[in-house]
Design a protein around this ligand. Structure first.
Ligand SMILES: N[C@@H](CCC(=O)N[C@@H](CS)C(=O)NCC(=O)O)C(=O)O
Length: 316
């Protein structure tokens, strides 16, 4: 996968602990954009750049929030459009951050923010063009900023983290992150049989739980689409195409779960959502980009999934 060491790019394996469990490193840049700028980063149109990749489910959260809050005029988006090279690659950069030898790499943004940066060069990230630094590279925090700080320049009527539902949203987010969002990675990137099996059982137990919950209610929390749904969707969307095959999450397919599959189609059919989904690039990112688990880079042709088929969720 590769990482920066003192600002210079090196190739290496993803991290694992002593018993072979995949370990996701903590994000390093954790500042916030606020409405009033008290944090040092004021919400202003054109000041920030969101850097993403279409295959990445963490980046997908931010792209969805950006779309649903109608922030395209306020925050430009850069999406990876080249096969991975030294990590995420782009045919163009932004400002003075330009392609080198035909490609721009996200590690250039990290090195520009901190010339001696040591760590992974992950997406998504929010870059501040004014102070030339990364404000934040943690998707769960970036979506909160996009939800609340930029209302003057986006759709203020959309609030996916409403006051009265926050505790329930946080609670289910934590469960879903551990077992599903990161759970699929813990299956796919495990380096021991035991670590894989432990994550596999937790993942499918969690999917069973959510499938029955969604048999009773249309959305995860309350009676409306919230941040909790936004965070679950990118993982479910990729499940049969990527995680079932590449990450060996193969007890059941998403399409075998009646409620989860209808729920996923319900979200996919919400205005704007389908435009954030690009399956050829999702396949390219995973099957072409994760050569340590798919060495020849062969892209699978299937499965055929009909996200536009009618769903049965309106009855709930
Ligand atoms: N905690 C981060 C995780 C982001 C992350 O791991 N992104 C992956 C892509 S799906 C990445 O950029 N990986 C590159 C690498 O680890 O070198 C977040 O949620 O923002």
């Amino acid at each position: 996968m590769g990482m920066l060491v003192n600002g210079t790019w090196f190739d290496d394996d993803p991290p694992a602990d002593q018993v072979g469990r995949f370990v996701r490193p903590d994000s390093i840049f954790r500042d916030s954009v606020t409405r009033d700028g008290a944090s040092g980063f004021k919400a202003e149109p054109g000041r920030y750049q969101l850097v993403t990749a279409p295959s990445c489910p963490w980046a997908h959260r931010t792209v969805l929030m950006h779309k649903l809050k109608r922030l395209d005029g306020a925050i430009p988006l850069l999406e990876s459009d080249l096969p991975k090279g030294e990590g995420w690659a782009y045919s163009r950069g932004f400002d003075d951050l330009a392609p080198r030898n035909g490609a721009f790499h996200v590690h250039q943004v990290y090195a520009a923010a901190r010339p001696d940066y040591t760590g992974r060069a992950t997406v998504p990230l929010l870059w501040d063009r004014r102070t030339r630094t990364i404000v934040n590279n943690e998707s769960s925090e970036i979506i909160r900023m996009l939800n609340a700080a930029f209302d003057e320049f986006g759709d203020a009527s959309v609030d996916l983290y409403p006051e009265g539902l926050r505790r329930d949203i946080d609670e289910i987010n934590a469960f879903i992150y551990e077992t599903i969002n990161n759970g699929v990675y813990r299956c796919g990137l495990a380096k021991s049989q035991g670590a894989y099996e432990e994550s596999f059982h937790k993942l499918f137990a969690a999917l069973d739980t959510l499938d029955s919950r969604l048999g009773r209610q249309r959305w995860l929390v309350g009676d409306r689409f919230t941040e909790a749904d936004l965070r679950l969707f990118p993982t479910l969307l990729r499940f049969d195409t990527v995680y079932y095959v590449l990450f060996k999450c193969n007890r059941r397919r998403l399409t075998d779960y009646h409620h989860l599959w209808n729920y996923t189609r319900d979200i996919h059919q919400m205005p704007g959502v389908a435009e954030t989904v690009d399956f050829p690039r999702i396949k390219l990112g995973y099957f072409g980009g994760m050569r340590h688990i798919n060495p020849n880079g062969i892209l699978p042709l299937g499965p055929d999934l009909d996200f536009a088929a009618p769903h049965d969720r309106a009855r709930l």
